[in-house]
Design a protein around this ligand. Sequence first.
Ligand code: FEO
Ligand code: CA
Ligand code: CA
Length: 693
Amino acid sequence: MKDLDLDDIAANPGTAESFEEVVARVASRRRFLKSGLGAGALGFLGLGAGLNGVAQAADAAGKGAQSQSAPSIGFSPVAAGTDDAIVLPPGYAHQVINRWGDPLFTHSAPFKGDASEGGDAQAQQIGYNHDGMHFFPIDAHGGQSGSNSQEGLLVTNHEYITPHFFFPQGVVPANDKWNADWVRKSQHAQGASVVHVRLNGDKGWEPVLDSPFNRSINGNTPMAMVGPAAGHALLKTGADTSGRLALGTFGNCGNGYTLWNTYLTCEENFTDYFGVGGQDEKSVQYHDQAQQAHLQRYKGSSKAADGDYRWDTHDARFDWTREPNESNRFGWIVEIDPFDPHSTPKKLTALGRFKHENAAMTLADDKRVVVYMGDDQRSEYIYKFVSDGRFDPTQPARNRLLLDSGVLYVAQFSAEGGVGDGAGSGRWIPLVLDTPTTDGRKLGDLFADMGELLIKTRQAADAVGATPMDRPEWVAVHPVTRQAYVTLTNNSDRGKDKARWPGGPTHPGVDAANPRAENPYGQIVRWSEKGGDPAQDTFEWDIFLLAGNPHIHPDSDPLSGSDNITKDNAFNSPDGLAFDAQGRLWIQTDGNYTNKGKYEGHGNNQMLVADPVSKQVQRFLVGPKGCEVTGITWTPDQRYVFINIQHPGEGLDVVPSQQEPTAVSTWPDGAKASRPRPATVVIWRKDGGIVGA
Ligand code: FEO
Ligand code: CA
Ligand code: CA
């Protein structure tokens, strides 16, 4: 999601100690990164990669001391830049595939280039604003990951639409121009696309358009609600009196994938699409006060009505005053089986309801499945889910139920404990009915049952004293050590002491000193669970890096960033995050790309590689103008990496008097006045080596 988003205003009215306050208490800035390995740096056994590696690491747990070795990072770093292009290190090449509007099927309508397609055509084309993504080798099956690096199913999230490029007017469309087909078109451009792709000699990677696997899963695709909240009264609507059959997914931000080869798509800014049907907010009759407070806790503003997309005026289910429970059916993680094109996606209520960024799966020592998740809004929380059942690669049908039941926890960070400076400890608080609240009650006094608690996950986390964070984005788990890293993208509210909504409580933490009193650049924090076992309920954390800008801030200024940030690798707003098989940490940015003021020298959004041992960071890629770089996945042989370019050209901007978008970005098509198009980029080393090594 673009960084400068109105929906990113804080929604958390809590008063728990903020993460910034914790950090400020433990250390001063330049001491953060002097101590080499931080808290809980664990071992390396030279095991396999990704979730395979995690499974082996879980097997190996407790079998002796481990020592982590640094991955090789062999490319020459690229300079920051503002070109309208993909810029890579010497010796690398790339190809653009799966652009917005490209055909999903042989019978798809061709992309017209003037955005005049309607909703039906869009449902048979690649969606908009690509985000999280995963490559499933075509030979993956059951509990076994495949090994085919020439053919697979590429599943890609589509998060939202950029109206002035998505609709034919070519300028920011006035809200009164929205019509029912625009609504359907924008619903069909969100969700996830499944595309069968194949490496085809000199042509490179191509979609297999007659493949039965290709699929658009979008804002109108039927979905099953599963887990503890399924069938709850708060999920029932006029169209679905069972509370078990939702319609569609949208706002699909980051992703995850499972040990049993399914895809997890994460619903983030779902509240943007709901409203009050064009009524005047002041005269709106909500269902009741509890409904309004609940909406506001998720919306993050004094008004529940201010959607830009006008779905609520053309599709009644998005009108809060007519379908008070429809929005409760969004804000979940959705599991998709890409290998069964007729399968019904499942909304996993056990994993909680909030503005999900991504879902990072790992495995506990006893083979329970653990999923880490961030809630991407200012001062929201970090969560983890631990399944009741255990993963068994020989039991594919049982594995499919692992995300249906378990315990959801929320993180509380403490300045106490930890190893060295810039480190501390923390605990995972279970969100179950008998957990004590900070005011001496129990969660069971606040929520009638687990269904209500999960539908109101944020309120439950508020009540138990979870730690408000600086917009948690992606979590990534090291494939061997199972140490978890999270991007905290930035927080422009820092220090402003701003009320959340009229008469509402004050933003927690704005009075915190934090390492930086102001946090326009973001940071990456990591933690290790007790004994290295992700199912434990305590952890040790440390700061991996503080992003900053040494071009404009002197070394003595905390805003220059931590010691591993230099003029050569500076960036802002870390967002996408993933480890590759050898333990390189890939960091993608979604920040300010003006290259001016506080952001001078950062250039366009980019992708960097970090060594988790030395903490060295170097820039691998610069994206085109106005984009964010997000989503990352590899072929099993690590010879190809797929990434996404989201919202190229956005915000740079459009001249409202013109009938077509100003050609600030024409990526990737390049023709004069062509519209920028979100797309996937495949990158490889010309010598056939492992990418990044
Ligand atoms: Fe969808 Fe947090 O960005
Ligand atoms: Ca972001
Ligand atoms: Ca993001």
